[in-house]
Design a protein around this ligand. Structure first.
Ligand SMILES: [Zn+2]
Length: 271
């Protein structure tokens, strides 16, 4: 690992490096936003806002994930580098060994940096005017508290089939763009709508997958094969599939309604 760049050597160099990244056009007060009014205090790297009503002290880590920690800036920078450059992410344990810090410190670093890297929050919404975002939902992995019996009370006979006991994932895909996935406790209308509202630009078109229904012939074959199982399926699994499908449709319709209302309200462009 290459850590011979100056910002990994001394605290002063690290601070200068972060300041240049954070304040490319003058130091901005994180409280009131005034730029270039600050003056230096006796402590290195600590500035005081010069705005009359503000006078807040701040440093380069105020209002960032590094705030309120006693970890050296050089260690933060190395941790950022490691977490951002390793393809599969890095565990707190790996950080602990690589950076030669306590596990407790490594755990803290990993959590803060993951929080900063998580999609949403700092990054903008998906899509935009004329762009298409697709919403899809899938089931993967295992839930924390798996059911041991089916909803009708009988024990499971096969494992790993269907959506039972798998974690619900909602995926948003911008056509030709990026993907965001969200684990949800339950894919109901509120959670899906919240995700769409917070992550999809209101001007984009929202698409949801529509699966073609089973052909009548295949339905007859299946019915004949196991009337009992079919009846159970109709009553439970397919009903819940339909509910999920219509859930995404409803979310999509709601989005389309909001979009057209937005367009109606938008002022006419200046010629
Ligand atoms: Zn200020």
């Amino acid at each position: 690992m290459k850590f011979d760049a100056p910002q990994f050597q001394t605290e002063t160099e690290a601070r200068k490096y972060i300041e240049a990244l954070r304040w490319p056009s003058g130091r901005a007060c994180p409280k009131c936003g005034s730029i270039g009014t600050e003056y230096e205090t006796k402590r290195e790297g600590r500035y005081r806002c010069g705005a009359k009503e503000c006078r807040k002290d701040f440093t380069t880590i105020t209002g960032t994930v590094m705030e309120a920690s006693h970890i050296k800036l050089t260690v933060w920078l190395m941790a950022f580098y490691l977490m951002a450059s390793s393809k599969k992410g890095m565990s707190a344990h790996q950080l602990h060994r690589t950076l030669d810090v306590t596990y407790k410190t490594a755990w803290f670093l990993a959590h803060r940096i993951r929080a900063a890297m998580r999609s949403g929050g700092l990054v903008g919404p998906l899509g935009g005017a004329g762009k298409v975002v697709e919403a899809d939902e899938t089931y993967y992995g295992k839930v924390e508290n798996p059911l041991t019996t089916r909803t009708d009370g009988r024990a499971f006979t096969k494992g790993g089939v269907g959506t039972a006991n798998k974690r619900a994932i909602v995926a948003l895909v911008e056509r030709g763009g990026s993907v965001r996935t969200f684990h949800v406790a339950e894919a109901n209308r509120e959670t899906v709508e919240k995700i769409v509202r917070e992550n999809v630009h209101p001007d984009s078109r929202l698409h949801t997958e529509r699966k073609p229904p089973l052909s009548a012939r295949w339905q007859r074959v299946r019915r004949a094969r196991n009337r009992q199982a079919h009846r159970w399926r109709v009553r439970t699994r397919r009903r819940s599939q339909q509910q999920r499908r219509s859930l995404l449709w409803r979310v999509q319709e709601g989005h389309a309604r909001r979009l057209s209302a937005l367009r109606r309200k938008a002022p006419a462009p200046l010629s």
